[in-house]
Design a protein around this ligand. Sequence first.
Ligand SMILES: Cc1cc2nc3c(=O)[nH]c(=O)nc-3n(C[C@H](O)[C@H](O)[C@H](O)COP(=O)(O)O)c2cc1C
Length: 352
Amino acid sequence: MVLNVCVPPLEDRERQSRLDGVLSRALARREVRVVRRAEELAPRPGERVLFALALDGAGQNLEYQRMLARLRLESGLLEGCTGGLIVDGPGELYTKSTAAELALAMNGAGCALVGRPLVEATGSLFNFRIQAKNLSTDLMGAYQEAVRELTERLLSFAFPGRERPRLLALHASSHHTSNTMALWAQVRARLSPRWEVEEIGLRNGTLSDCSGCPYTMCLHFGERGGCFYGGVMQEAVYPAVRQADGLILMCPNYNDALSANLSAFINRLTALFRQTRFYEKAVFALVVSGYSGSDTVARQLISSLNMNKSFYLPPRFAMMETANAPGEALAAPGIELRLDRFVQGMEETFAL
Ligand SMILES: Cc1cc2nc3c(=O)[nH]c(=O)nc-3n(C[C@H](O)[C@H](O)[C@H](O)COP(=O)(O)O)c2cc1C
């Protein structure tokens, strides 16, 4: 399968050379189509797309900005593609935020992302110290291996369809007045009868945040299917996540972030993640902001669930709406069509 490798060049060739070296080793003997300019970005549906960005000292790359503009403006530019990313920066900052911004734009242009789609290289490569130790290699060796592994996975991965997809719906809202819950009711009503849906409410007081136990302790409890804190996570949520083929999270924007209960859910997934990877489980979201900023919340979901926790990100994984007063979301112009399209995307994700 041909791999589209998008490498927007930096003017500073020296800054670019570390990434170029890693890429040329990882892609040797692969069939690749190299895309250096925004105008050349035209993968065919079904192809794989790897973005590989080097950043300058300001955390920028001007040709990448032009590519980003096309991704944001041309909603079908990466239709049917599956993607991954590499971001190589000169310092300790901007790599993760750039990756999350790019991932959201790729996803909005119709691209799915494999679980753990990002190889991030900070200036010092110090972020590779655990992988390097585990692989008995140096930091550069760990970086090289991560790019090789991502490329391999990106080319071989296909999300499995399901005859009867099991969907776990997680929320932390009041049913009566909530806009996110009103959207969820509409989504649920549109799903075909083949879906098995389970809903779990994570209201205030039902779960504690992760306490950051030492690694071995987390592993110990995780191996027994639980977590130090137990409670609703251990009794209901871990078993439901294990069983599910897909999650859908109802996400009101609270201070330009996920609400505390949903953040706690994601943090507490760590114990389960120690046991298993979630590459074959898809994540969807309904994001509602009173005023603005739904993209910030969607980026947080991508960073935490797709980049960190390895869930598969289907194309246009999040429906993002602006609504504040009760009932506003369902009264928004065009809402019926957006709901139809969102549910069609969910159906297509699991098509056999
Ligand atoms: C604690 C809190 C913080 C909020 N912060 C923001 C915000 O930063 N930006 C925004 O656009 N709306 C914000 N809102 C408004 C909600 O996003 C909005 O009311 C949305 O409809 C909530 O979804 P719900 O109706 O499902 O509860 C906030 C609401 C609450 C309760």
